[in-house]
Design a protein around this ligand. Structure first.
Ligand code: C2E
Ligand code: CA
Ligand code: CA
Ligand code: CA
Length: 279
């Protein structure tokens, strides 16, 4: 056994090998996680600054790892994308969210929606719409209950079919939000080609409110552009009262952020926001 070890690459490039091993381990872990359905949605409230009510939630995936506990998405979504498995997780999430919505029917009764995040890679998948509709119908819901969040970057991936795919989703009653807006350099012309309902202002801009004048101007520009295009605006990553007040003063109504609620388990979300017709 000693002789076999001698030829190992570990001897020459210990760093790389450790990384490569971790990568391999992660991939194996993720395959098991998919099989065992170790992914769960956390829910973060969306809050209306005018009515002071919770309007719905965004579902954010967590990997409930048997040893590591809850693993955040940035640690594994890119690996799943590399492995070509992110669609499976996104569909699994949608299914769990719909299951939850069946229970939280009051949410949809009052027009509240749950937003789910779809990887841009999904839109290469031809059967996406059928699959999504199947999942929703299996829970006796309609597409009105769901908003699909995709990052702004997806628009730049020169996808001739994308406006058409979005149109199909819209025609069935889904709404579409552009996530991380402001980070991806999309032009006004670009935006008007797509049937988008909501722009979500990226957290990095919200974080700089009253700190960086250029970012304040950028937020104001996004808000007036959205108004002209008849789109809603959501500001994400709102952590302080001054940020919320400033956003309200320039006409932003819907906000998300730690100030109003962190992403939380379904049980905690229900207890905090759905008690006495809380929505
Ligand atoms: P995102 O869609 O932009 O989600 C917002 C992220 O900001 C979430 O991180 C949320 O926990 C965090 N956040 C919310 N409010 C605040 C705040 O006030 N301050 C700060 N500092 N952070 C805040 P999270 O849950 O770690 O998700 C990270 C990203 O992973 C998401 O960014 C999204 O791009 C991706 N993701 C999450 N769930 C899914 C999923 O089911 N499918 C796919 N494809 N991607 C997902
Ligand atoms: Ca999102
Ligand atoms: Ca975002
Ligand atoms: Ca209510």
């Amino acid at each position: 056994a000693k002789h076999e070890q001698r030829g190992s690459v570990r001897f020459y490039t210990p760093e790389l090998t450790k990384q490569a091993q971790e990568r391999l381990q992660m991939r194996n872990d993720l395959r098991r996680a998919l099989k065992n359905k170790e992914f769960i949605p956390y829910y973060q409230p969306k809050f209306d600054l005018q009515t002071r009510e919770v309007l719905g939630a965004e579902a954010l995936v967590r990997w409930n790892h048997p040893e590591k506990g809850l693993v955040p998405p940035f640690d594994f979504i890119p690996v799943l994308e590399e492995m070509g498995l992110v669609e499976e997780v996104d569909m699994m999430m949608l299914d769990m969210v719909c299951g939850q919505l069946e229970k939280w029917q009051q949410l949809t009764d009052t027009g509240g929606k749950i937003a789910v995040n779809f990887s841009g890679l999904q839109f290469k998948y031809e059967k996406l719409l059928d699959k999504v509709v199947d999942i929703i119908e299996s829970h006796k819901l309609t597409p009105k209950a769901i908003q699909i969040e995709v990052t702004e970057g997806v628009l730049l991936e020169h996808h001739d079919q994308l406006p058409l795919i979005f149109r199909d989703f819209k025609a069935l009653g889904f709404s579409i939000a552009l996530d991380d807006f402001g980070t991806g350099y999309s032009s006004l012309g670009y935006l008007s080609k797509y049937p988008i309902d909501t722009l979500k202002i990226d957290r990095s801009f919200v974080n700089n409110i009253n700190k960086n004048e250029a970012d304040d101007i950028l937020i104001k520009t996004i808000v007036s552009m959205a108004q002209n295009l008849k789109m809603d605006v959501v500001a994400e990553g709102v952590e302080t009262k001054p940020q919320a007040d400033w956003l309200a003063s320039i006409g932003v109504r819907i906000v998300q952020g730690y100030l109003f609620g962190r992403p939380m388990s379904a049980t905690n979300f229900e207890a905090a926001f759905l008690q006495d017709d809380g929505i």
